[in-house]
Design a binder for this molecule. Structure first.
Ligand code: DP6
Length: 315
């Protein structure tokens, strides 16, 4: 009676940072991501006498999951459920664990309890759990436009453009301010917030074109700009959201130096201090070596473009 689904985190190249006010967690702007194999969340569900959540082997109370189940139950017949979820990478440290978690959870629940959700309904439920989770439902390069129909779309598969992703892990500590809280703080206090939201659609369109044309340099330019703009908004929030540490900054310099020497690589950073280097397969060995040598980078995770969330019948 157990159903298991797996999902990978995704990394945004055009970021979302901000929710539409008075909505149920709807992102205020479009975003574009890559789904990253090499890091994985495995989530099992089964009927139970009451709801329980086990995360990485420990029973926990998770308000986001409790609210998610309550909302889902208001619309679909869902019995009490035992959820067990495991990440093979650090949880809550800016590696999109909640995105992979909610993508795997809605995929497992849909199959286990025959909810018969359409693709768009699954995306809508995933993003209610965590704004970026809808993107982990799909493979490769994913465009997520909350205003569009369909909301999420694979615009290039991992085979179309097989880029590598090398993550420099600078800490495994949990982030100090959650994304939800940070976004609200930025919306209320950053003088740049409005410009940031208004500029996002232009970056989204530019990135889409770069992916369509497989133009690495154009994608690198727009992705780094989107990342730095988002961090400018974070840094100008009050109190300031400083997600970087010294190793984050050192890794940025290392990646920029590699790019200047002719390697095809760019960086992106989310609401945490890890640095993600996106590169061609040809440049990957040099990028891996250089990132591992950055003072403060204590491990390097190898990723590549991967598949969307799916039920794992062998689990
Ligand atoms: C910085 O989707 O984690 O990674 O809805 O509060 O769970 P919640 O936020 P979440 O925010 C992701 C923010 C980001 C940028 C991005 O992935 O687009």
């Amino acid at each position: 009676m157990t159903t298991t689904a797996v999902a990978h985190p995704n990394i945004a190249l055009v970021k979302y940072w901000g929710k539409s006010p008075d909505t149920d967690n709807r992102p205020a702007s479009p975003s574009l991501s890559i789904t990253v194999a090499g890091l994985k969340t495995t989530t099992s569900v089964e009927p139970a006498v009451r709801d329980t959540v086990k995360l990485n082997g420990e029973l926990t109370r998770d308000q986001k999951i409790e609210r998610f189940l309550e909302d889902l139950r208001a619309r679909h017949p869902l019995p009490p459920v035992a959820i067990e979820s495991r990440n093979d990478f650090p949880t809550g440290a800016g590696l999109a664990s909640s995105a992979a978690g909610f993508a795997a959870l809605i995929t497992a629940l849909d199959t286990a309890f025959e909810l018969d959700l359409s693709d768009d309904e699954r995306a809508d439920w995933a993003r209610r759990g965590s704004g970026s989770a809808a993107r982990s439902l799909l493979s490769g390069f994913v465009a997520f436009d909350p205003e569009a129909d369909p909301m999420i779309e694979t615009i290039a598969t991992p085979d179309d453009w097989p880029l590598d992703v090398i993550v420099g892990v600078t800490t495994t500590d949990k982030k100090s301010v959650s994304s939800t809280e940070g976004m609200e703080r930025s919306r209320m206090t950053s003088p740049f917030y409005r410009e940031w939201i208004d500029a996002n659609r232009g970056d989204f369109d530019t990135a889409r074109r770069a992916v369509d044309e497989q133009d690495f340099d154009a994608l690198a330019r727009v992705a780094e700009a989107s990342c730095l703009k988002m961090h400018a908004v974070m840094l100008t929030s009050a109190p300031a959201l400083v997600y970087w540490n010294a190793a984050t900054v050192a890794a940025i310099h290392t990646i920029r130096a590699l790019a200047e020497r002719g390697e095809s690589v760019f960086f992106t950073i989310d609401a945490g201090p890890q640095v993600k280097a996106i590169c061609t397969r040809w440049s990957a060995p040099a990028v891996r070596r250089a990132l591992a040598e950055v003072p403060g980078v204590h491990s390097v995770i190898d990723g590549r473009l991967g598949l969307g969330a799916r039920v794992d019948r062998d689990a």
